[in-house]
Design a binder for this molecule. Structure first.
Ligand SMILES: [Zn+2]
Length: 465
């Protein structure tokens, strides 16, 4: 069985075959670092982290590159407003980005290139495009001559003539054609700038990804990914720049994740409904947000609301509880019970279903429904009076393996001090009432959370183990 993925370029599901056997070169467009990320930025981070994990699980060696746009109009505006310089703001929000996405279970990319650190290769890329006749200088700016690249529009499936409608060249414009886009922008008074053959300035947005993907992954990459909103013009422009320069295909598979709506409305500045990850994870376990994002297929739109997040939270706890119960039962299980093979076959069939779902264009929604089936089966098995260690191990093994593929953790969140105090209070009450079954159960529950109790004449003390 092989992995099938939907390629935006061909609008078809295709068998995934990387250029070099066993190796995957993957580039994911990263955020512009001028603010905390909102959940619209969290979705590609989670989705493509999961794609990467799954590819690795299936035996590929993945080289994963994701950039930071650390110079652009938004950063310059933020710098002016806050009275700080652009690099200071970029550094701060790169740190905040790592904090947010790490809590969401996303691993760091192998390389996180920054524009400021790659100015030389960006300038060189532009210089070569001019030399080849694909770009021109105009009063300190440099533009890409879009009409010069015949296949322009192939990713977003639009012809150049369709694209003309809507965009009109205006008086005073420095470009020769309405479809041309900036590769280099001359610095305005007081703006951060770098020296270039065309005078002081900074790169346009699109060129950084072409230049950095080439530097870190080579002329042709396997998977290029990002949010659906990047398809046009950003990714279309990346293709034009890269293929004009090298004459080779830029990316073989293009993956795009769908939009996020907030309470059934589009997330937008004017509606003021931007939800920052930074704020959500103050109130919710970030793992719940990850499960929530993965419970919808990545190409479908997702609707975010507090209620949906709450129901995901209880669903997540059900999965974790099954796993905890299996672990509790392990010691009391024996080697000799009937029907073991039946259960082992059942578990292995669920494993295959999970793989089949993920092989089919990374269908995490289906894969997660298999996790719930696994949990239901486990709960059913635990109703048996005698359980076999072999079966319990097979269940817990699958839980651990499949949760890791999705970047989810099985351990419950650390308990807050007041929750621990409340449980100890409940246990003392149970002891007073000589309900030793309940008091032992609470002690075990705390032990699982790594809380160690010590009964002293002065009362019960606890510490974290
Ligand atoms: Zn990009």
């Amino acid at each position: 069985m092989s992995i099938q993925l939907y390629n935006t370029l061909t609008r078809k599901k295709e068998e995934f075959v990387p250029l070099e056997e066993g190796k995957v070169k993957m580039y994911v467009c990263g955020p512009t670092v001028y603010n905390y990320i909102h959940i619209g930025n969290a979705r590609p981070a989670i989705v493509f982290d999961t794609v990467r994990r799954y590819l690795e699980y299936r035996g590929y060696e993945v080289k994963y590159v994701s950039n930071f746009t650390d110079v652009d109009d938004k950063l310059i505006r933020a710098a002016n407003q806050l009275g700080e310089d652009v690099p200071t703001i970029a550094d701060r929000f790169i740190e905040a980005y790592f904090e947010d996405v790490t809590s969401l279970g996303c691993r760091h990319a192998d390389i996180h290139p920054r524009v400021m650190e790659n100015m030389d290769i960006i300038i060189e890329f532009i210089r070569q495009l001019i030399e080849k006749g694909y770009a021109y200088e105009s009063e300190g700016d440099v533009y890409f001559h879009t009409r010069g690249f015949e296949e322009y529009g192939k990713l977003s499936h639009q012809s150049i003539d369709e694209l003309r409608v809507g965009a009109r060249i205006e008086v005073g414009d420095k470009k020769q054609d309405d479809l041309d886009f900036a590769l280099w922008k001359a610095a305005k008074e007081g703006e951060i700038y770098w020296e270039s053959p065309w005078g002081p300035g900074r790169p346009g947005w699109h060129i950084e990804c072409s230049a950095m993907a080439k530097k870190y992954l080579g002329d042709t990459i396997d998977i290029h990914a990002g949010g659906q909103d990047l398809t046009f013009p950003h990714h279309e422009n990346e293709i034009a720049q890269s293929e004009a320069l090298t004459g080779k295909p830029f990316a073989r598979y293009w993956m795009h994740n769908g939009y996020i709506n907030i309470d059934n409305e589009k997330m937008s500045k004017s509606l003021g409904n931007f939800v920052l990850v930074h704020d959500i994870i103050k109130q919710h376990n970030p793992q719940v947000l990850r499960l929530f994002m993965l419970s919808v297929h990545y190409r479908n739109p997702i609707n975010y609301s507090q209620e949906l997040l709450e129901s995901t939270k209880s669903a997540f706890e059900r999965l974790q509880t099954s796993y905890q119960n299996l672990k509790h039962r392990r010691e009391a299980s024996t080697n000799l019970t009937d029907h073991n093979q039946e259960w082992l076959d059942k578990i292995s069939a669920l494993h295959d279903e999970f793989i089949e779902a993920m092989d089919d264009d990374f269908n995490t929604a289906k894969a997660i429904s298999v996790l719930f089936d696994l949990s239901k089966s486990a709960n059913y098995y635990l109703l048996e009076k005698n359980t076999a260690a072999e079966v319990i191990d097979a269940f817990t093994g699958q839980f651990e393996e499949l949760f890791a593929v999705l970047g989810l953790k099985l351990d419950k969140e650390e308990m807050l001090d007041e929750e621990i105090d409340a449980l100890i209070e409940k246990r003392n009450q149970a002891r007073k009432e000589r309900n030793f079954q309940l008091s032992d159960q609470i002690r075990d529950q705390l032990k699982d959370m790594n809380i160690i109790l010590e009964d002293t004449p002065q009362g019960t003390r606890w510490k974290r183990g």
